[in-house]
Every structure is written in structure tokens, then in C-alpha cells.
Ligand binder design. Structure first.
Ligand code: MG
Length: 351
């Protein structure tokens, strides 16, 4: 009895610890950050920004370094596969940190019995995505585990890039000011709903495609359009709501989001309603939230709209001095509601 009671009291990892919500953060804070703590890690940005030896020209660039693991299920989904996701996700974490991505590593954990032809499709799409971004996959590792020891295939990618001196502060978000605009490059919640549709073999009007994409060229356009981009984050697990909540909390600023301004595809909206998901929290894999000075917001939106990944770019909210630390949504029907951090995932193994 004593043993049972003790076991019950022992905390175990829950699926929600991998969600990107408050439980994820608790795990990071109480286990990883507590033991690994250092100034670089404590920034908790999408990439660690590290001092880099000055070049002969004396430019004080910095190194951006990031890593991510991919466990998405199913491995193949409309609009992509685990390999494309693994490359896009890591390139995007570098790009939103103001870095120009240079090199990637990839590690594969493969279950015995996995089809080599499937592996090849996945690897081919990784190569295509990396080549398109002008990035080389320069090192890797393969482990095969016995049947049942992992679910088909897991991939880890790490990436490094260079941050130009003028972009050194973007990853911190410290320059965010009241009045700044929040921009998104297009419709939200497609990735999460594409996975859900595929997983449940839902026979929907027309298939929802994941937005999985490398955002580097689009982010480059935005950065060239304005010198006052304060912060960027890719709205992956936890969606746009989680990005907004993190920004509000970290900067002790208020955020107002305008629901009517947030682009969404009708199919995705329909599936969210059908399955009871709030699209604001659903994962994206090709969406960036950009925070920019009010004077430059329209210019950035106009510039982004010239690129295929930004045709529906829109201003979706504003930084405010009211309700510091809180995100408030002005709803389409004219009401307001608080947008909170959620504890767990709406969907496990979404990326
Ligand atoms: Mg990210």
C-alpha cells in the first residue's frame, strides 16, 4: 500500500507537457532551465543568439543556434510530411530570430521495419526545402530501434545562422512599444486542422492543406521594408494566442487582437467549429507574427503581400498600455474576451 501511494504521488510526464502551453513551460522551467540555466538559454528565444568571432572586416555578427524534434503523426499529411516540417521549422526558428540560416544537422530515429521508400520521400523533401532556402544539411545521425521502441520515425534538426549587427535585438522583443502593430502573413490554423483531418480520415468538402513553409524569404522582405521590426515569432504549437500571451507576459504589455482581421480559410474554420477547436490556439507551420512600429505597419503588410506566402498578410492587433500582461480579443460579434495561456495541447504530436 505504501508503495502504491508513493507511486501515485510521483509526477509523470503528461502529453500536455509537450503542448507548448503552460505545462510545457513548467517542465522547461522546473527541469531543463533549472539545471541548464545560463544567460543565453534564459532568453528563451526561438534561437540562442551567441557571440561570434568578428570577421576580418570587423563585423560583429552573432551566431544563431536552434534545435527541434519532430514526432508528427501521421508522417505524411496534405501539404507536407515530417521531413519538410523538420527543415521548415528549424529554418523558421532561425529566421524569426533575425538570422540568416546557413547550416542544418538532422538526426533520424527509425523504427525497424520502416519502408526505405517512405524514408526516401521524406529525405527528398528535406533536401528540396533546404536547397530552396540556400541552406546545406551538413551533418547527421541515424539510429534504428526495434519494433515498438518508437512510432515509425522521429527527426531532430538543429540549425545555425548568422545575425547581422542591425538585427541583433530582434529575438529579445525588448524594443516592443505601446502602439506597435501585430501582423500575420496569412490564414491561421491550417496545419493543425490538416493533421486532424488526415488523422480522423474526415471526409471534408475539400482537403485542408498544412501551411508548412520556409518563411525565410518572406521575413527577409519584411525586414527590408522596415527598420523598426521589434519582434517576430512563428506561431507553431499553441497558435497565435500563445505567441500573443507570451509577448504580453514577458514585456508586461497589453495586446488587443481583432478577430475580424485575422485571416482564416473557410474549410479550416468549419473543421475547427465541428471539432470544437479555438483556431487561435491551433498550430501553424508557415505563419509568422511580426511586431512593428505603427508607422511602418502598412508598408510591411504591402511588401509581404507581394510574396506568395504573404498574399493575405494583415494587421491583426496592437500593443497597448491597457491591461498589462493580458491579451484581449475583440470578437467578430462586437464583444471582448480575455485570451489566456492554455495549460495543455489541443492536439498532441502535431509537429
Ligand atoms: Mg518557434
Amino acid at each position: 500500500m505504501g508503495i502504491t501511494t508513493k507511486k501515485m504521488a510521483e509526477k509523470t510526464i503528461l502529453l500536455d507537457h509537450g503542448s507548448g502551453g503552460t505545462l510545457s513551460r513548467e517542465l522547461v522551467d522546473q527541469v531543463f532551465a533549472r539545471h541548464f540555466a545560463n544567460d543565453r538559454l534564459n532568453e528563451m528565444s526561438d534561437s540562442a543568439i551567441l557571440p561570434f568571432p568578428a570577421t576580418e572586416k570587423g563585423a560583429a555578427s552573432q551566431l544563431a543556434f536552434t534545435t527541434d524534434s519532430y514526432v508528427v503523426q501521421p508522417l505524411f499529411f496534405p501539404g507536407g510530411n515530417i521531413g519538410k516540417l523538420a527543415v521548415c521549422g528549424t529554418l523558421n526558428d532561425l529566421a524569426v530570430s533575425g538570422a540568416t540560416p546557413l547550416y542544418l544537422s538532422c538526426g533520424f530515429i527509425i523504427e525497424e521495419g520502416f519502408l526505405i521508400s517512405d524514408l526516401e520521400i521524406i529525405v527528398q523533401s528535406m533536401a528540396e526545402e533546404a536547397n530552396a532556402a540556400g541552406v546545406a544539411i551538413v551533418t547527421g545521425d541515424t539510429k534504428v530501434v526495434e519494433r515498438g521502441a518508437c512510432d515509425q520515425l522521429f527527426i531532430n534538426t538543429a540549425g545555425v545562422g548568422i545575425v547581422a549587427p542591425a538585427r541583433a535585438g530582434i529575438h529579445t522583443g525588448r524594443e516592443i512599444q505601446p502602439g506597435d502593430a501585430l501582423i500575420i502573413n496569412g490564414p491561421i490554423a491550417d496545419h493543425g486542422m490538416a493533421i486532424m483531418g488526415k488523422r480522423n480520415a474526415l471526409d471534408f468538402q475539400s482537403e485542408i492543406h498544412s501551411d508548412c513553409a520556409t518563411l525565410t524569404p518572406l521575413i527577409d522582405i519584411a525586414l527590408r521594408a522596415s527598420d523598426t521590426i521589434r519582434f517576430m515569432r512563428d506561431a507553431t504549437r499553441g497558435g497565435v494566442a500563445t505567441v500573443a500571451c507570451e509577448v504580453a507576459e514577458k514585456g508586461k504589455l497589453g495586446i488587443v487582437l481583432d478577430e475580424a482581421a485575422i485571416p482564416m480559410n473557410e474549410n479550416t474554420r468549419g473543421l475547427c467549429e465541428l471539432l470544437g477547436f479555438d483556431p487561435l490556439y491551433v498550430a501553424n507551420e508557415g505563419k509568422v507574427v511580426i511586431i512593428v512600429s505603427p508607422d511602418d505597419a502598412d508598408r510591411v503588410v504591402t511588401a509581404m503581400r507581394q510574396h506568395p506566402l504573404g498574399t493575405q498578410a494583415a494587421i491583426i492587433g496592437e500593443i497597448t498600455t491597457a491591461h498589462p500582461g493580458k491579451v484581449v480579443l475583440h470578437t467578430e460579434v462586437g464583444g471582448t474576451r480575455i485570451v489566456d495561456m492554455i495549460a495543455g495541447a489541443q492536439l498532441p504530436r502535431i509537429c
